[in-house]
Design a protein around this ligand. Sequence first.
Ligand code: PEP
Ligand code: MG
Length: 619
Amino acid sequence: MREGSETLTETRENNSQLEMSQTITGLPASPGIAIGPAFVLEPGIIKTVKRRIKAGEIKSEQARFVQAITAAESEISAILDDIPEELKEHSEVLKSHLLMLKDRMIFDRTLKTIEDNRINAEWALEKAVKHIHSLFAQVKDTYIRERMEDIEYLVKRVQLLLSDNDSSPNLREMDEPCVVVAHELSPADTVQMFKQNVLAFVTVTGSRTSHTAILARALGIPAVVGLEGGIGGISPDDLLIVDGLKGKVIVSPDQETIADYQAKQQSYISYRLEVIHNSSLPAETRDGYRVKIKANMELLDEIPFVISHGAEGVGLFRTEFLYIANPDKLPSEEELYSSYREVVERLAPYPVTIRTLDIGGDKFVSTIPLDQEINPALGLRAIRLCLKEKGLFWDQLRAILRASAHGEVRILFPLVSGRTEIMQVKALLEQVKDELRENEIPFDENLKTGIMIEVPSAVMVADILAREVDFFSIGTNDLIQYALAIDRVNESVSHLYQPLHPGVLRMIHATVSAAHKAGIEAAMCGEMAGEPMYAPILLGMGIDEFSMNAMVIPKVKRVIRRCHHDDCVKLVDRLLDAPSISEIRYLLEDFLRTHCPEEFDPEEAKYPEFATAGSPLMN
Ligand code: PEP
Ligand code: MG
């Protein structure tokens, strides 16, 4: 639960007037603290009215709509032309906006509705958007649902252009460092913001996974989104404090509060500098036992963080994003290749593990229509889907192999349940390699092949599978789901999702032992690898590579650097004998308290990116 919004706080008496400061709460979208004047970028509320038109007016009404769309396109194209080199990757989002404007569901539908219903363009557009809304409401995938925000923003722009009332302030008019305040921001605004003196931004709409939030984090700008109670209480030039760590915006703070936040700001900056400085230290225990720490990533935006947070490569590149990004068509082999190549080149000399498409289950893509399934998590997903839709798989395998000519690539196959699947996959991979050789297209002949261990049957036959691949990567998110029969996206059973269940620990241990016996590496890329408190267990079990969200790398490294490997091995011996979750928790807490108490100090929780979610020591 968030704190109550719009808490009015009486502040100091000033010039015999009672000044009021106001605290508005929201979601912390990008960490950091900023203090500065507000630049309110509010296009205002547009009230769309319905107007009937005569048969003779249809053509001119349609032309008015096309004109507004063309004007919106020109605006986006102007920003695209102007985009600085370091933000080049975001041009894809803007290009997708250009396509959205001409999307059948918006463009053709509005033109048709003007004609069929004889109504004005504004109202016809409103109807088209309502229809898209109803379609999006049925989609479960949060990423896709959030693209509705992009559509809404674009439509608002077009409505403004139609209403001839486009007098909203423009970011280009900002002439001093400011905090941008808006109802919502499009990626176009966000890209524009990074060229201006933007200290932070706050919006009414948005979530942590919306484009603007992702961009803000990628570029280090504090942000608070989803402001409860809106921005009605903020006027242009009001002094604002934006606390992107706690999700708070303080309007017209008093001197005492300003001084307090200036100190917090300094302490956060020093903290980040220290973290980043230390994150380049090796992940090595006190007794010299070394593991590899890599990052999980989905978006190219994350690359700067992956590098600055001390990752030794990418242990899991989830490739679903490129398929999700364009709801109209599948990415071509060329598009896949160029994005994989970019990741590989930017991460060089570190290796990048590219996981093949893991669609199905809880991840849907409109361009890959799947039948409704009663149990999608147990249905046609990941490698099963790829082995059925061979054309789709073929293109991706070619793109990954081609990218391997530009740096060290490892290929990872998800949801393998037994040897037959891996043999089928390997046979297909060989055919793709043959085709590339015939056409003299270069790729790495020594490309390493791995499988995710995330299905209990794979654990049971891990010794057999280990003979067929170069490495394992344990996907605890799914392994726990399937081992404990707990739907990982069902909130009502989430309390039963227990990484410390003796059954789960034994599965991880068995997998690592089978890998090492066969002389191959055992990595882990499920969320468990990024939980600092589990690091001693994973070290003791012999996990060779930990792959996690880049933000938590420094914290996990610090825990590893405080441990002795010998102690961790002893801890694991005791945990594997423990009969229950509560006993395991007790032994682990005791270990952490003895060996690395400073790392689990509740004070750490003040910096959310390092908060140890679910850690019993933090509760
Ligand atoms: C996992 O299952 O642990 C994993 C890393 O894959 P995903 O979360 O993408 O299913
Ligand atoms: Mg998985």
